[in-house]
Design a protein around this ligand. Structure first.
Ligand code: ZN
Length: 255
């Protein structure tokens, strides 16, 4: 069984044909899809999809690029949504300084708020970090007491020392289509270096389609290309890797 641990199937590019998207995934051995959210409306959609389709699970949370939408009601809304038994994590949450650096303090505050909320709810977190690994690690270190349920660095790409620290703290890392890109030599090297018992796989669809679909609309069915590539990079039998990734996913998300 393949698992796509990070898919935006509620995105406007996919939602119109979500039934077919799930069917195509199932025909390609993808039996579980974790629908990842970026704000309250997308979190509601993810929960609805998880109620409708047995293969779909949900994460709820506010992405750093949407931090302006975070208000006094947000924590309550996330709590209500997270009471649904198919919600497996709070995410994606974190820091993104790629496009916006002006609201760093707000991003940090909302990240920490949601870390504490995840702890209250007994859930792991899904971390998005872009051009912000230093501040992200500082927040993780300072809030260790709220991270007993662990977490995942999604679309992971950082240095080996950062990976070492993340692994030591008990986190998992999730790899997607970028690991298949021909020019991603350092990222491929990082995959090869990552302990196999900490690896998860994701499409991050509709974005980041793996080779040979790079640049086109991505879907959960493409996860096989990512897993096959990891098997090559780590020199592990594909069937064995499939089982290990399934076990890792079950351990962190309890699915
Ligand atoms: Zn994402």
């Amino acid at each position: 069984m393949y698992i796509d641990t990070h898919a935006h199937i509620q995105d406007e590019q996919l939602i119109g044909e979500v039934k077919d998207v799930i069917q195509r995934a199932k025909s390609n051995n993808v039996q579980k899809i974790i629908c990842s959210s970026w704000n309250i409306p997308s979190s509601k959609q993810a929960v609805e999809l998880s109620n409708k389709y047995s293969e779909v699970f949900a994460t709820v949370g506010v992405h750093p690029e949407n931090c302006d939408e975070y208000n006094d009601n947000t924590e309550g809304e996330l709590t209500l949504l997270a009471n649904n038994k198919k919600v497996v994590a709070i995410g994606e949450i974190g820091l993104d300084y790629h496009y916006t650096k002006e609201n760093k303090e707000l991003q940090k505050k909302i990240f920490v708020n949601q870390i504490i909320l995840a702890d209250k709810l007994g859930l792991p977190i899904v971390i998005h970090t872009r051009d912000a690994i230093g501040d992200t690690m500082q927040i993780i270190r300072e809030n260790k007491q709220y991270l007993r349920h662990g977490g995942v660095f999604h679309c992971f790409n950082a240095s080996k020392p950062v990976l070492d620290e993340i692994i030591k703290l008990g986190f998992y890392v999730s790899y997607g289509g970028a690991t298949t890109f021909t020019n991603a030599r350092e990222l491929k090297d990082l995959v090869a270096y990552t302990p196999v018992d900490r690896i998860l796989t994701e499409t991050d669809c509709p974005y980041l389609a793996p080779v040979p679909y790079r640049g086109t609309r991505n879907e959960p069915k493409n996860i096989d290309l990512i897993i096959k590539n990891i098997a090559v990079l780590k020199n592990i039998d594909l069937i064995e890797l499939e089982k290990i990734i399934q076990r890792n996913t079950e351990q962190i998300y309890k699915i």
